[in-house]
Design a protein around this ligand. Structure first.
Ligand SMILES: [Zn+2]
Length: 95
């Protein structure tokens, strides 16, 4: 069984990743480098757990776990993608 090394932690309007070993009432550091104090009482489900994920923590977590980078939506355009043919409207041919 694989145990998680990190968990999400709402702080300052974002959900950051912290080591799973961070216990309540101790100071620790998020994966993006912020100092945090783990609260004795869990944060409220709303709105704290609805805050967006910290992109730097997400990237650091994925790197530490060796997983693929976060998918981007919409997908970035590739430069080698063929350009769609454009229709050109001719002017002056219509009576
Ligand atoms: Zn973060």
């Amino acid at each position: 069984m694989v145990t998680a090394r990190f968990r999400w932690f709402p702080h300052g309007g974002r959900r950051h990743a912290v080591p799973n070993a961070l216990v309540p009432n101790t100071a620790g550091e998020t994966l993006c480098g912020m100092e945090v104090l783990a609260p004795l009482v869990p944060p409220p489900p709303f709105p704290d757990w609805c805050w967006p994920e910290c992109a730097r923590c997400d990237t650091a977590w994925r790197s530490a776990e060796g997983t693929s980078p976060r998918p981007q939506f919409p997908c970035p355009r590739s430069d080698d993608r063929p350009e769609r043919p454009r229709t050109t409207a001719k002017t002056g041919d219509n009576p």
